[in-house]
Write a protein that binds this ligand. Structure first.
Ligand code: NAP
Length: 345
């Protein structure tokens, strides 16, 4: 395997951290962006705590998705970019542009500077939010060619940010990308071992269950993938020749109900899972609470909806073999308990 010089954007993040661990373990050199280099020491400490042995192949540069400063230097000598950074805030936000601007403008900034620096390929971390929102329930199996319908039901600002950013990326590559290649990855809900003490994205579901922050279990089905498998998909996508110009749904089997997730936590974590609710929340109660609570509103469109997905393309072209979602749930919960992120009862 050829050793690559890889730029990972958003080195402080959950998925980016797991990508950095696997890249270094496999002999690549990594440069990671942070909004401020003041965080470098903390991020190195988090990565060491997560298993990084030797960090001599790891460097950091300052770059913000909203500003040009730093990006040209960050790209210098880089073979591949994993563009992972983006604001992650599903649900209601006061100002949609807080998510959309960094996602879209940041992605274009990364692509433009990558092209100008002669980078070979950008692997973009898009999301299932760019695939499956806004559809009527017709029993379809979502695949790598599907796109979220922006004016359909249940599309939140985060979904818009991911869809618009990925659309902008493909448009850029088609019109002015030159020889730069693009691959996009579309992970479903990403769970697994927490990086440091920050709980990101879908791991919040596990934390809210373990802390008893939710009064009951809504009738929702969550498609889950393990963060270690998401990182592995990024590493494969950066070199697999046939991945250029492709979107890959990074999903894993049938979505699990909130009840199945809760049962898994109780079985695996025993006393540490004693606050996990057992009762279910009737759909009507959730619908009524959505009238007053804007945070709940986006979930109403998905009540009882089992979104089927296929991961055939990622298995075939990336040689990707994800572990069962149960392992991601247990690893997430276990890491939260070990790090003291779940207060004792
Ligand atoms: P995360 O831990 O919150 O990481 C997000 C990263 O983006 C952080 O490093 C953050 O930096 C950076 N970032 C945000 N705004 C920025 C800005 N204006 N300039 C520079 N950096 C900025 O989230 P994650 O779960 O790892 O998500 C990473 C990627 O995966 C995102 O693109 C997300 O949409 C995608 N994804 C996540 C999931 C999931 O379930 N977690 C599922 C599908 C797709 P700071 O630390 O400075 O804030």
């Amino acid at each position: 395997m050829t050793r690559k010089h890889v730029l990972v954007t958003g080195g402080s993040g959950f998925i980016a951290g797991h990508c950095i661990l696997q890249l270094i373990e496999q002999g690549h050199r990594v440069r990671a962006t942070l909004r401020s280099l003041d965080r470098e020491g903390d991020v190195r400490a988090v990565l060491h705590d997560a298993g990084l042995q030797d960090d001599t192949a790891l460097g950091f540069v300052a770059a913000d998705l909203m500003r040009d400063d730093g990006w040209a230097g960050a790209m210098s000598g880089i073979d591949v970019v994993l563009h992972v950074a983006s604001p992650v805030q599903p649900g209601h936000v006061e100002d949609e542009n807080q998510l959309i601007a960094p996602a879209v403008d940041g992605t274009l900034r990364v692509l433009r500077t990558a092209r100008d620096a002669g980078v070979g390929r950008v692997v973009l971390t898009s999301a299932f939010h760019a695939v499956s929102w806004g559809y009527r329930r017709d029993g379809r199996v979502f695949n790598d060619d599907d796109w979220t319908i922006l004016d359909g039901p249940g599309v939140d600002a985060y979904g818009k940010s991911k869809t618009l950013a990925e659309r902008a990326a493909w448009d850029f590559i088609a019109s002015e990308g030159g020889t730069l290649e693009l691959t996009s990855l579309l992970p479903v809900a990403v769970m697994g071992p927490v990086m440091g003490r920050d709980i990101s994205g879908s791991n919040h579901i596990i934390q809210r269950l373990l802390t008893g922050a939710v009064p009951g279990l809504p009738n929702l089905y969550i498609p889950i993938v393990d963060v270690r498998d998401v990182a592995a998909a990024h590493v494969s996508a950066m070199t697999a020749p046939q991945a250029a110009g492709q979107r890959f749904l990074i999903s894993n089997g049938v979505p699990l109900s909130m009840k199945q997730i809760a049962d898994t936590l109780r079985e695996a974590l025993g006393a540490s899972a004693e606050r996990v609710p057992t009762r279910t929340i009737p759909d009507l109660v959730l619908r009524l609470s959505a009238v007053f609570n804007r945070q709940v509103r986006p979930y109403v469109a998905d009540l009882g909806y089992v979104k089927k997905t296929t991961n055939d393309k990622a298995r075939r072209l990336l040689g990707w073999t994800p572990r069962p979602p149960r392992e991601a749930i247990i690893a997430a919960g276990d890491s939260m308990v070990r790090k003291g992120l779940i207060p004792d009862g």
